[in-house]
Design a protein around this ligand. Structure first.
Ligand code: HEM
Length: 153
């Protein structure tokens, strides 16, 4: 089960890098593909593949007994994929702008999406390192940080 958790967390991390690549295509492909189509790979990957892998990571972290903080990390990653949507919704509400009628304040606000996206990439890398440590050492957390279950039990 630990190896499956490692596999899923590796796929999740790699998919966030793919998501960033698709964001690049969204920007540089805009004048080639036209309209909003250039962001379709980014949108579909973000809504379905990234969220699906994040859900699987929660399941396998629990089944692999990766520990409470690691399970909470997987939940955090899953919720952050919705933060990516909430940034757009809030940006629209607060600025009165929209995709059809964009405005400058809205553009400044929704640009937070790129930074929260980077945070997701860091969180998935952090999860991958914990999953790898779980397979190698039997604990997802570094030696100094391990919960002293034995002393408190
Ligand atoms: C410069 C970088 C980025 C840009 C310009 C960007 C832009 C966008 C745009 C325009 C959409 C809406 C697509 C649509 O519905 O047509 C979107 C959706 C999304 N992006 Fe990004 N993005 C960036 C980076 C990231 C990163 C790094 C992640 C996560 C690793 C991410 C995760 C998401 C998710 C999950 C959605 C789907 C939101 C939803 O509709 O539920 N984005 N992004």
């Amino acid at each position: 089960m630990r190896k499956l958790f490692l596999g899923v967390s590796a796929l999740l991390f790699l998919d966030t890098l793919l998501q960033l690549y698709f964001a690049g295509f969204g920007v540089f492909g805009e004048h080639v593909v036209g309209g909003d189509e250039s962001f379709t790979p980014h949108s579909i990957n973000g809504q379905f593949v990234l969220r699906g892998l994040a859900l699987l990571a929660i399941l396998f972290a629990a089944l692999a007994k990766a520990g409470r903080s690691t399970i909470w990390l997987t939940v955090g990653i899953f919720l952050m994929t919705y933060v990516q949507l909430i940034v757009f919704i809030l940006g629209g509400i607060l600025s009165g702008g929209s995709r059809e009628h964009p405005n400058l304040p809205g553009a400044w606000m929704v640009s937070v999406h790129a930074v929260t996206g980077l945070l997701i990439i860091f969180m998935t890398y952090w999860l991958f390192r914990r999953a790898r440590r779980l397979v190698r050492t039997g604990s997802a957390r570094r030696a100094g940080k391990r919960q002293s279950v034995s002393t408190s039990a």
